[in-house]
Design a protein. Structure first.
Length: 733
């Protein structure tokens, strides 16, 4: 095996040699193919590490970007004794890195590469909380949760990892959160289960790792904590690091917006308050558990062991808080119905001047201000309760739980005040309307612009950063990405961009099918003809199709309209929402005569290699919904800069997402098939050229629906495929 011994940076020539024919990788990887783009990317990554630079690199499908950044990252970690963090957006990529790509890197280097997947603390079972909860429930009516906890205790005895993802059965969130590891409720060195703590073991493993694999959300949690503490040299959520690789970097703006925002819902608040004192006496709360603990500690009588604060002011204040938040959310629900109509489903209302001026806003503002005030008063009463109980109890484990809950109540009060604030602070706020017939209304906020946050918390703090994805550039340029995530604020001599082309022969392997005689998506007739157009496209490829939508309602409607006809052809129909995402994808891979209907989450992270996928059908261009609050606010921000929000925001975002959808088809040199776009704006509007020039160079088939489907049938037949039914003309649809 070749090895790297230099201690003063990376030897780019030697590393590149590992990826050439006859190099170290070819000796351990069966079927190795030399890919010039992979070498080009590796050299660029190595340069970024050596120069303490920032690299944004779009690596087309098939480049093999995991090896291109994995080799430099591993060698750097081993020779410079600096851990490297790799962050991704999807579980699929994390599993690929852990199980395939990074073990291969270790094999190539001829040394053990210590790679650890870091999960959030709440993913791990806390044995102390589990045993305490089980003990408490033996003294009262246990109900369903006792059975769940018994199963968890059995599992905890044999589990090596103790993380929720390794459970052989599902556990509801309301039960898991009561036994999950929680920093606020941790006893630290005083915990009797410290030596066997799953989270401590995971943290110790992370400290020893060469490479840490995380998701974007956990990364931002770490960076936010470091930013708040102004501490970049000690452990936060992660051990300290200053070399970072961001894979699936096209997700960064949305991930940062989600993490740095705030959200409260009626359901979440009710669940939090019920943790202290369940409504309608359903199960035990922390107050009852405290009282039971005191009886065990001091043998006090039932009357003496519960101070007035327990059965009096605290319990009463929990009920006052519950009622206060109920009234606040009822007012919010009334405002929502006034703004969007009582029949709206899942609609959002942006909190702007017109809403603030409405008669319905005052009750909302007063309601949440009052609820926040009550929450603060409740927290004060709980502090007094903790002080009183501390004098009576010899075991502080339950008090720690109460104190942890109290900190969340204070956070709820702060979030409530933030979400109804009208003070300009760079955040966009909106109401989540909930579904018809349900009262899951909520409030949410997100930062309007994440570019300064990205610089303060990320780029300026790291020695080197590599951002990569198959979809970063629009028409070969990185201007849009650089602006949205703050890369344009970095010194020019520190930032490099690189476009690495895919090695696949798209002109030979792929047909881009564009019917020109379908009505535009904004015309009423469009939704009438799409079901037939989808059916015909799926029939031409004999199933084996991923059908992508931008609307959940249209997806379910089309699926129901074509299901019986497709199944009449022997084609199984799978639809998002009917099973979990993983089960749907596994079934789709297993049955080559199936079609899969999906919306947003299926546009990316879907990796189906081989004959199970020969046809990606895109029903319309994936533009953001313009009246979504955050989208609307960001469009206004672009307009205020004197630019067209459609040309400089909406179109580039849609281009990147279309590239993601297109990229689902060809995952290897042996893959082939069609991408059918049922949106005539690609050819009929001037901005369509921006989409087409950003896509891989597939062979285009355009014309009437009848013409292009006939040509597509010939393509499948020539490739050894089959067509199930003769297509009809658009006039017959």
């Amino acid at each position: 095996m070749e090895s790297i011994e230099e201690k003063n940076g990376l030897d780019t020539t030697k590393l590149a040699g590992m990826l050439r024919q006859g190099g170290a990788v070819s000796k351990v990887l069966a079927g190795f193919e030399h890919r010039p783009g992979q070498v080009e990317m590796l050299e660029a990554v190595s340069q970024a590490f050596n120069s303490n630079g920032i690299l944004a690199v779009e690596a087309g499908t098939g480049v093999g970007k995991s090896l291109a950044y994995g080799l430099p990252a591993a060698v750097w970690a081993k020779t410079e004794f600096e851990r490297v963090v790799i962050s991704s957006a999807t579980i699929n990529l994390q599993e690929q890195l852990l199980r395939k790509d990074l073990p291969l890197v270790g094999q190539v280097l001829g040394s053990r590469l210590n790679v650890v997947l870091v999960k959030g603390r709440g993913n791990y079972l806390c044995k102390r909380r589990l045993f305490e909860k089980t003990r408490q429930l033996t003294l009262i009516d246990p109900g369903e949760i006792f059975e769940t906890l018994s199963l968890l205790r059995d599992w905890a005895e044999t589990s090596q990892d103790g993380s929720r993802s390794d459970l052989p059965y599902p556990v509801s969130e309301k039960y898991w959160e009561q036994v999950a590891s929680d920093g606020d409720a941790c006893l630290g060195s005083q915990c009797p289960h410290r030596q066997e703590c799953f989270f401590v073991s995971a943290r110790q493993a992370a400290e020893k790792a060469d490479i840490l694999v995380v998701n974007h959300h956990l990364l931002f949690a770490d960076l936010a904590l470091r930013r708040n503490l102004d501490d970049w040299s000690h452990r936060a959520v992660l051990p300290p690091f200053n070399r970072l690789i961001l894979d699936e970097a096209h997700e960064l703006e949305d991930a940062a917006s989600s993490f740095f925002g705030v959200r409260i819902t009626r359901f979440g608040v009710n669940r939090m308050l019920s943790r202290m004192l369940p409504s309608k006496k359903k199960g035990a709360g922390l107050l009852a558990e405290l009282a039971d603990q005191l009886e065990g500690d001091g043998g006090l009588s039932k009357a003496a062991r519960v101070p007035d604060e327990s059965k009096g002011s605290v319990a009463a204040m929990v009920e006052v808080a519950r009622e206060s938040y109920k009234r606040a959310f009822d007012s919010l629900q009334a405002l929502t119905r006034k703004q969007i109509g009582s029949s709206a489903s899942g609609t959002r209302v942006r909190l702007i001047a017109d809403v603030f001026a409405s008669d319905e806003w005052n009750p909302v503002q007063e309601g949440f201000n009052l609820a926040a005030s009550v929450a603060k008063e409740l927290a004060g009463q709980v502090d007094k309760l903790v002080d009183r109980f501390s004098d009576l109890s010899t075991d502080d484990s339950r008090l720690v739980e109460v104190q942890a809950w109290n900190r969340r109540i204070l956070a709820l009060a702060a979030d409530s005040e933030h979400l109804i604030s009208q003070t300009p602070d760079g955040f966009v706020r909106w109401i989540e309307g909930g579904r018809k017939g349900k009262k899951q209304v909520g409030l949410q906020s997100a930062p309007l612009d994440v570019s300064n946050l990205m610089n303060e918390a990320l780029y300026d703090q790291m020695e080197s950063v590599v951002l990569t994805s198959a979809t970063l550039a629009v028409r070969g340029k990185f201007n849009f990405l650089n602006d949205r995530i703050g890369l344009d604020l970095q010194p020019e001599d520190r930032l490099q961009t690189r476009l690495v082309e895919s090695p696949f022969d798209f002109a030979e392997q792929v047909r881009l099918v564009l019917p020109i005689d379908l009505p535009a998506p904004n015309q009423p007739l469009y939704e009438q003809v799409v079901p037939e157009a989808v059916y015909q496209a799926a029939a031409v490829s004999d199933g084996r199709a991923l059908i992508l939508f931008t609307s959940w309602n249209l997806m379910t409607r089309v699926c129901e309209m074509v299901r019986d006809r497709l199944e009449g052809l022997g084609i199984e129909t799978l639809c998002q929402g009917e099973q979990t995402r993983d089960r749907l994808l596994n079934r789709f891979r297993e049955n080559e005569r199936s079609v899969l209907f999906g919306t947003d989450s299926f546009w990316q992270g879907v990796d189906v290699v081989g004959p199970a996928l020969r046809n990606v059908i895109i029903t319309r261009l994936p533009f953001d919904v313009p009246d979504e609050p955050l989208v609307q606010a960001r469009m206004e921000s672009v307009e205020q800069k004197g630019q067209s929000s459609f040309a400089h925001f909406m179109v580039p975002r849609a281009v990147l997402k279309l590239k993601q959808g297109f990229g689902r088809l060809v995952r290897s040199r042996a893959d082939w098939g069609a991408v059918v776009v049922l949106d005539n704006r690609l050819l009929g509007r001037s901005y369509g050229q921006m989409f087409l020039k950003s896509l891989p160079p597939a062979t285009m088939l355009h014309g009437s629906l009848e013409e292009v489907y006939d040509k597509l049938a010939d393509f499948f037949a020539g490739r050894g495929g089959s067509t199930a039914e003769r297509v009809v003309t658009y006039d017959q649809l």
